[in-house]
Design a protein around this ligand. Structure first.
Ligand code: 5AD
Ligand code: SF4
Length: 470
């Protein structure tokens, strides 16, 4: 579908931003006798982390070095999340704490961007109540950071860029990745699913896929640079390709990337169960580099609640998918997101979720108490269950999951697992840390040179936060 606007590196728009980056750089060179420092902090999901890497990339092009804390920074950028209220509260708290910091640091600038700023109400609150914030830009204006920054640096008024948009695909924004071992690789942006609780489709625009050749070129580059783990990102990777003119789906993309020569593993998130096909599961089974772990958020174990959430699958369909994956992919593991206390959810319906969790036995469960988001359908549904009751349900679910987890971990003792060593361990000198294909943390002893390689570790004991081995 070609109505999606696609802009490449050589487009006028990006050339314009490059020119602003250069002008900002010149201005900063006149103003400071040292390289200016920027502190970028991202809240929320991997997609946001990926946007944060673009922010760092653009800032690096402008000449900013990285600051360790807001106190030592000449520019602070908070890349915000809107998915739940507590994520938003944290942002307001952090921005509030910047006021005295800015008073002490002459010329310091503060910018806010990301999903929360794409909402009119949040941006308005910043405008009215946080007059010391200099830049506010939403997800659709990310690439215009050089221009907004230049305008403010050159003495123009506070910059707000929060226009709504169906979204574009912009290739070629400079990028500075957070790590050297694991990389995020967005394959698509936006979401069309409109789950009734979720704000994402409103703040990230319509679903749109990157061209396979662009994704492949970036994947090849990552492998050449020595990255050992690539995570393909999208709100719903299973609908990859729906918006492209060419006939290509997520399975095709996985197979292509799997074919790249090199010692690396492939992950992907998030998979919507409604679009997860047997073909995709067969592809995971057939591709040696694709991890045999699937993040498949179920959200609820009640068919009535799933309907009210607009999820488009039943518990039976979900379990049948899990069953198919279990027989097709050796040792496959699953993780999931669960919302507790969706409007109108009853105790019985919550217990159905518990039943499902006990049946599937996820390795990791990301659990959330429902948080009403203004503008979504669920926000206007009746919600009679008190918060304290929802918190008790959540606790109950977490306890059940902990018990499942403990049993799973005991099961690993004596087994040898393949681990990607990704950093120093928390257990003291000489310990390294790594992750298994199911994303379990493993601590083991080894020299620092081992970081960045795949290691076979024989598991000897388990604590709730990690496995330990040799
Ligand atoms: N309240 C609570 N949890 C939510 N999520 C998304 N929106 C909300 C909300 N309004 C959770 C879902 C989703 C995960 C990323 O965040 O479980 O899968
Ligand atoms: Fe939100 Fe549903 Fe889209 Fe995920 S699939 S981003 S939960 S609307």
């Amino acid at each position: 579908m070609s109505e999606i606007k696609r802009l490449d590196m050589d487009s006028e728009l990006l050339i314009r931003q490059k020119a602003f980056a250069q002008k900002a750089k010149n201005l900063l060179a006149e103003r400071y006798d040292h390289p200016p420092l920027a502190y970028v902090h991202t809240f929320g999901c991997q997609q946001n982390v990926s946007d944060g890497e673009k922010i760092s990339g653009m800032l690096s092009e402008i000449g900013y070095g990285p600051a360790d804390s807001p106190e030592t920074a000449d520019l602070v950028i908070y890349n915000t999340c809107a998915v739940r209220e507590n994520a938003e509260d944290r942002v307001f708290g952090n921005v509030g704490a910047l006021k005295p910091v800015k008073q002490k640091r002459q010329g310091m600038l503060i910018g806010l961007c990301g999903c929360m700023m794409q909402q009119q109400s949040a941006a308005e609150k910043i405008k009215q109540s946080y007059p010391y914030v200099d830049l506010v830009f939403g997800t659709h204006a990310l690439h215009t950071l050089p221009e907004l920054l230049y305008n403010r640096l050159s003495g123009q008024k506070r910059q707000f860029s929060i226009e709504d948009s169906p979204g574009e695909i912009i290739e070629g924004i400079p990028l500075q990745r957070d790590g050297a071992i694991k990389a995020n690789l967005p394959v698509m942006y936006g979401c069309n699913n409109f789950c009734t609780y979720c704000i994402v489709p409103y703040v990230r625009g319509r679903e749109r896929s990157r061209r396979p050749q662009d994704v492949l070129a970036e994947a090849r580059q990552l492998v050449e640079m020595g990255y050992r783990e690539i995570t393909l990102l999208g709100q719903n990777v299973n609908s990859y390709g729906y918006t492209l003119d060419e006939q290509v789906d997520f399975s095709d993309l996985l197979r292509e990337i799997n074919r790249i020569d090199g010692d690396f593993i492939l992950r992907f998130m998030t998979s919507h169960p409604k679009d997860c096909t047997h073909r995709l599961i067969d592809t995971i089974a057939a591709c040696d580099k694709v991890c045999n772990h699937i993040h498949l958020p179920v959200q609820s174990g009640s068919n009535r609640v799933l309907g009210a959430m607009n999820r488009h699958y039943t518990v039976e369909e979900y379990l049948s998918l899990i069953g198919y994956a279990r027989q097709a992919i050796p040792d496959v593991t699953f993780s999931s997101d669960i919302i507790v206390g969706f409007p109108g959810e009853t105790r019985e319906e919550f217990e159905q979720t518990v039943e499902l969790v006990k049946r599937v036995r996820y390795t990791t469960l990301y659990t959330f108490i429902y948080s009403p988001r203004t503008g979504t359908k669920a926000a206007s549904m009746d919600d009679p269950i008190p918060e304290a009751e929802k918190s008790r349900w959540l606790r109950e679910l977490l306890d059940i999951q902990s018990a499942i987890r403990e049993e799973q971990q005991d099961h690993y003792i004596g087994r040898t697992l393949r681990v990607l060593a990704d950093g120093v361990g928390r257990s003291g000198a000489g310990w390294l840390s790594g992750r298994t294909v199911s994303n379990d943390i493993v601590e083991f002893q080894g020299p620092p040179e081992m970081i960045g390689s795949f290691v076979e570790v024989k598991i000897e004991r388990a604590l709730n936060w990690a496995l330990f081995g040799k």
